[in-house]
Design a protein around this ligand. Structure first.
Ligand code: PSV
Ligand code: MN
Ligand code: MN
Length: 390
């Protein structure tokens, strides 16, 4: 394929790519040792929307904000959706919270006590209703359920309770809504997690139905896991619903996507592109799930979006005709070189052109710093709170 054709196609796909930011990334966050308060963090869901709108204004590709309930609880969700619209964005995935109440000590929908399970299911159903009111097509479920010790509970019984709870939620979803089931291999539980891996999530999704798909959070794998492989398998099964992008060095670090391992991000995007997953109609949700403990959130999220765009652009520049030929001929080094050539390309000028074509500043971070937005929120907002608290 000619370089011009590759670049032309890449620009078309990059113009259409959408990346969702999470409401909890805009507030303060930290570790169990300390949360360092940052200046100018949002005090209300509306101020989180303002910040998300700012990220979208400078990147042009982040027109939606994921909500976490009850952290973003309001009395009037349609009004919140209208507010988002007035700021040029929309409300995205609804993330229920069935892990912060005292009752959830032994789990939520997998809890041994049916009354606690019912409470958790009720909250998930409430989130389905909120999603209907906000026009969100995605219910994004992460469960903190698990056990710490051998014998603490019955693993299979917990799987049965999980299946039962999810089925109730799935049955209540309107036609246009999808349930994305996220897995995590450890934490907060350290012996078993009830949805520890993509295989378990996939098995539950298969039983639920076509609108149940797996959510891959890049930080939720054991070191050395070949994430692009499982991405390729899930894509082939049409059960890859979306991503929570972030970086990990050690555990669930939630650092900026593309910071720790931009090559891994490229490898994942190469598989997505290969399966046609970058087309908007493929319905793959590209979401960020990050915490900004030290750095200001708005520029960190802009930077993260640029990182995803750069990895995407490189994946789009892989000459797939040449790759197929080399693979067919058993040319191991030639095939590898085709992919590595794309990875080694400096795609920043290409992305600058894409932005200019869209009437955006070619340097989103520079434009953000020049805009005075950070100074404005730091002066205006006193007493902003935790990103992951109500
Ligand atoms: C906890 O590990 C977590 O980071 C999951 O990734 C969820 O997606 C997120 O919190 C929000 O609930
Ligand atoms: Mn996540
Ligand atoms: Mn996580």
């Amino acid at each position: 394929m000619s370089e011009n054709t590759l670049r032309h196609n890449a620009k078309r796909v990059l113009r259409a790519q959408r990346i969702e930011t999470p409401s909890w990334a805009y507030g303060n966050s930290g570790t169990r040792f300390k949360v360092f308060a940052k200046a100018g963090v949002p005090r209300t869901p509306e101020e989180k929307i303002d910040d998300a709108a700012c990220v979208h204004e400078f990147t042009g590709v982040a027109p939606s904000l994921a909500l976490h309930i009850p952290w973003d609880q309001v009395d009037d969700y349609p009004a919140l959706a209208r507010y988002a619209e007035s700021r040029g964005i929309r409300l995205g995935a609804i993330n229920p919270n069935v892990f912060q109440d005292n009752e959830y000590r032994l789990g939520s929908i997998c809890h041994p006590d049916s009354a606690i399970r019912a409470k958790a299911v009720d909250h998930l159903l409430e989130c389905v209703e909120i999603g209907s009111q906000t026009g969100s097509g995605v219910l994004s479920v992460w469960l903190a359920d698990g056990t710490n010790y051998l014998g603490q509970d019955d693993i299979r019984a917990r799987q049965d309770r999980l299946a039962e709870g999810l089925a109730k939620v799935y049955a209540a979803m309107p036609e246009g809504m999808r349930l994305l089931l996220e897995y995590k291999f450890f934490e907060p539980h350290f012996y078993t997690m009830d949805v520890p891996d993509w295989g378990t999530a996939f098995a539950h999704c298969l039983r639920l139905g076509e609108r149940a798909q797996v959510l891959v959070d890049t930080g939720h794998h054991a070191p050395g896991t070949n994430i692009e492989f499982l991405v390729a398998v899930l894509l082939r099964e049409q059960r890859l619903g979306g991503f929570h992008f972030n970086s990990r060095n050690y555990a669930d670090d939630d650092l900026m996507v593309g910071a720790a391992d931009p090559f891994q991000l490229f490898r994942i995007l190469h598989e997505i592109h290969g399966a046609g997953g970058l087309a908007p109609e493929a319905g793959i949700e590209f979401m960020l799930d990050q915490c900004h403990n030290l750095e200001p959130s708005v520029p960190a999220l802009i930077r993260s979006i640029l990182n995803v765009q750069e990895a995407t652009a490189k994946a789009l520049l892989v000459d797939r005709d040449a790759l197929r030929d080399a693979q067919r001929d058993g040319d191991v080094l030639g095939a590898h070189a085709v992919v590595m050539d794309a990875f080694s390309t400096d795609v920043r000028p290409l992305l600058a052109e894409v932005r200019q074509d869209q009437g955006l500043d070619p340097d989103p971070l520079g434009a953000f710093y020049r805009s005075g937005y950070q100074e404005h929120i730091e002066a205006e907002r006193i007493g902003g709170g935790l990103g992951w608290g109500a």
